[in-house]
Design a protein around this ligand. Structure first.
Ligand code: NDP
Length: 324
């Protein structure tokens, strides 16, 4: 298809991280500088990627656990991207060349894409993207889409309402840091409690957690207080159930969680730029903040090291790759 418009000097080939087979990142993930730029469909834009972020699903996919419904190999990983539009398809109306955008470029599509965001250029359907708030850096913007979409969608699904209390298990992670902030500032929770290890207690307090439980010192089962919602971003379903009030609910985003009785499992299936649009005012006012892991941002050349950090499951907030 011919693009409706294009920036000058877009090359025909680029550098991208690619895995030709499933396996551990250090063994299969390679930087390839001869990847052809993709052809645009009419509802897509071509983005010069400035920053990308990793999510646990990238690792799960890389290991081949999504093989049954994955795109054919080779694959460039990365769901989250922020960058500048350099080409637009004929049917695109919301964006023009030069716009700064961000989004989760894969979730919400019926089939996963083989070209993700760990590349100098990537493509995305316009419905997946949103204009980047001016106050956010590219690194901050890239950290948000998948995690904030998950946090927002799951809090909505569990029906958290103003005045209710919530306990977030895994408050220091990519999703947890956003659940704390959305519960407090968007959903109006009366009390937000969260668990983490000792080194993250101050970070969670700064994000607005009213009570921070250091799980190395206190046991969930022994907490004196019970909660309307317990949000499980760790995989502690049975323990989570012990912390809910009568009539309360457990929301789990962890793969394989129970989805019956008072336990709800959430898998993000639909995500469009509209969610980022809706949350824009909170991001622009600084009420909801991007939380970047202090070991990063990792430069583009260190994507394997970024994956190795993701695998430890010890990140604070999001692991970002920048600059690209
Ligand atoms: P992260 O890799 O960011 O989580 C790392 C965090 O988990 C660290 O801050 C760590 O803190 C914390 N953590 C680990 N163990 C515990 C524990 N026992 N108690 C409290 N905190 C703990 O992951 P994400 O936040 O991105 O994702 C969380 C989970 O949700 C993953 O399993 C992921 O696959 C899933 N997910 C599901 C989605 C869906 O659509 N259903 C979408 C996105 C994610 P510390 O070092 O302090 O222990």
């Amino acid at each position: 298809m011919m693009a409706a418009s294009s920036a000058p000097n877009v090359p025909s080939h680029m550098k991208a991280w690619v895995y030709p087979e499933y396996g551990n990142p250090s063994q299969v993930l390679k930087l390839d500088d001869t990847v052809p730029l993709p052809q645009l469909k009419e509802d897509q834009v071509l983005i010069k990627v400035a920053a990308a972020a990793l999510n646990p699903v990238d690792y799960v996919r890389l290991l081949g656990y999504m093989k049954a419904f994955d795109s054919p190999l080779p694959t460039t990983p990365g769901f989250d991207a922020a960058g500048v539009v350099v080409r637009v398809g004929n049917a695109v109306s919301k964006f023009k060349v030069g716009d700064q955008v961000y989004g989760d470029i894969i979730v919400g599509l019926s089939e996963p894409k083989s070209l993700g965001s760990l590349a100098e250029y990537t493509i995305a359907e316009e419905k997946l993207l949103c204009h980047k708030p001016r106050n956010l850096s590219f690194a901050e913007a890239a950290s948000l889409p998948l995690a904030i979409g998950t946090a927002h969608g799951s809090l909505q699904r569990v029906g958290l309402t103003a005045g209710q209390s919530i306990l977030v298990l895994g408050g220091g992670g990519g999703v947890g840091t956003l659940v704390i902030q959305l519960a407090k500032h968007v959903f109006g929770a009366s009390k937000v409690a969260a668990t983490c290890s000792s080194g993250k207690v101050e970070v969670l307090k700064k994000l607005g957690a009213d009570v921070v439980i250091d799980y190395t010192k206190e046991k969930l089962e022994e907490l004196p207080e019970k909660f309307d919602v317990v949000y499980d971003a760790v995989g502690e379903g049975e323990r989570a159930e012990k912390a809910i009030k009568e009539g309360g609910k457990v929301m789990s985003i962890v793969y394989g969680a129970r989805n019956s009785g008072n336990c709800m499992a959430y898998i993000m299936d639909v995500f469009e730029g509209a969610v980022l649009e809706k949350l824009g005012p909170y991001l622009e006012s600084g009420k909801v903040k991007a939380v970047l892991d202090p070991k990063g941002p990792f430069p583009f050349s260190e994507a394997v090291q970024a994956f190795e950090h993701l695998i430890t499951k010890r990140a604070t907030g999001k692991i970002v790759i920048h600059p690209i």
